[in-house]
Design a protein around this ligand. Structure first.
Ligand SMILES: N=c1c2ncn([C@@H]3O[C@H](COP(=O)(O)OP(=O)(O)OP(=O)(O)O)[C@@H](O)[C@H]3O)c2ncn1[C@@H]1O[C@H](COP(=O)(O)O)[C@@H](O)[C@H]1O
Length: 140
């Protein structure tokens, strides 16, 4: 994969091939921000096997899958609490924690963000109501 060129997004977001290969500092801050999850994924990937004394991601991964999943769950619950409280700032902050911990979970599980983007893309245009109605009905 091209450094600074996150998997999967460039083409789908309408960037031309040339634009896809522009150096990061010539891409507008708005576009740069849109790639933040991909950058975070690559940062966490690079932390695999790093010393737990210098990297929180490395420390978390060294503690194993159950701990990673537990932390994700805790952050998700904190997100729910902020949403129910109606605390906008809290919800933004907890959402960032959830996304960070989700990415650590992806890295640990060997999932590339492009796999998730592809699944979201596959669902595009199908209403959740429609999809649920199309599921096979239980026999009883
Ligand atoms: N986005 C984040 C991010 N969000 C939250 N956190 C850390 O997640 C931790 C959550 O703290 P908690 O007390 O809930 O959890 P804990 O320390 O594991 O404690 P226990 O549950 O074990 O008691 C804090 O240390 C936060 O700083 C993050 N740590 C790192 N990142 C990103 O990951 C990159 C790599 O970080 P390192 O792996 O630390 O180099 C950074 O540059 C950031 O971009």
């Amino acid at each position: 994969m091209t450094p600074g060129c996150p998997s999967g997004w460039a083409a789908r977001d309408g960037m031309t091939k040339d634009r896809k290969h522009m150096p990061q500092d010539t891409i507008s801050p708005r576009e740069n921000r849109r790639d933040v999850l991909e950058r975070l994924y690559h940062t966490v990937m690079a932390r695999k096997g790093a010393s737990p004394s210098i990297s929180h991601s490395a420390r978390l991964m060294a503690r194993g899958r159950s701990k990673i999943a537990q932390k994700f769950g805790e952050e998700a619950v904190e997100c729910v609490i902020e949403a129910i409280k109606g605390d906008r700032h809290g919800l933004i902050s907890e959402s960032a924690d959830v996304l960070y911990h989700l990415i650590v979970m992806w890295v640990d599980a060997g999932i590339d963000p492009a796999d998730v983007w592809a699944e979201l893309e596959r669902r595009e245009g199908t209403s959740g109501i429609e999809e649920k109605a199309s599921r096979p009905k239980p026999a009883f």
